[in-house]
Design a protein around this ligand. Structure first.
Ligand code: ZN
Length: 145
C-alpha cells in the first residue's frame, strides 16, 4: 500500500487533503501554493488528520480573539476606573499640609498640576465627603477621616 494521500497546508493556513497525482487546490482560497505536511496510506486517516489540523486551530483562534476582545475591554474599563480615582486620591494627598488639613487653594493647585480640572474641586471634595474619606473642618478646609 503506497502513501498516496497527502495532508497539505495552504499559505492561507487552511489544511486539507489531496490524492497523489492530482493538483492540490486550497478549498478555502483556491491557491495551489501548498506545503506537504504528512503522507497517509489511507484516506480515512487523512480525513481525521485534516479535521484535526483545521478544527482546533480555528476554534482556538476564534475563542482567543473573543477572549482578547473581552479582556481588553475589561482591562481598559478597569484601568480607566483606577487611574482617575487614584489620581484624585494622590492629588488630595499632595494637597494635604503638615497638619493633615486640605485647603481649597492647595487642592486647586494640585488638581491643576496633576492635569485635572481645578474647577472640579467642589465635586471631587463632595465625592470624597460622600465616600467618607474627607470631612469638612471649616469653610475652606477638610481633614482625612
Ligand atoms: Zn488557502
Amino acid at each position: 500500500m503506497g502513501l498516496d494521500w497527502y495532508l497539505v497546508r495552504c499559505k492561507c493556513g487552511h489544511s486539507f487533503g489531496h490524492r497523489k497525482g492530482t493538483k492540490a487546490i486550497c478549498t478555502i482560497c483556491g491557491s495551489n501554493e501548498v506545503t506537504n505536511v504528512q503522507q497517509f496510506s489511507d484516506s480515512r486517516l487523512l480525513a481525521n488528520a485534516v479535521s484535526d489540523a483545521n478544527l482546533p486551530k480555528e476554534l482556538a483562534k476564534e475563542l482567543s480573539s473573543r477572549l482578547e476582545t473581552k479582556s481588553a475591554i475589561e482591562e481598559k474599563r478597569h484601568q480607566g476606573h483606577i487611574s482617575i480615582r487614584e489620581r484624585i486620591r494622590g492629588t488630595l494627598r499632595s494637597a494635604t499640609d503638615e497638619q493633615g488639613v486640605l485647603r481649597i487653594s492647595a487642592i486647586r493647585r494640585e488638581l491643576d498640576s496633576a492635569g485635572l480640572d481645578a474647577e472640579s474641586w467642589e465635586s471631587i471634595i463632595g465625592g470624597a465627603e460622600l465616600e467618607g474619606i474627607l470631612v469638612r473642618c471649616s469653610t475652606d478646609s477638610w481633614r482625612w477621616v
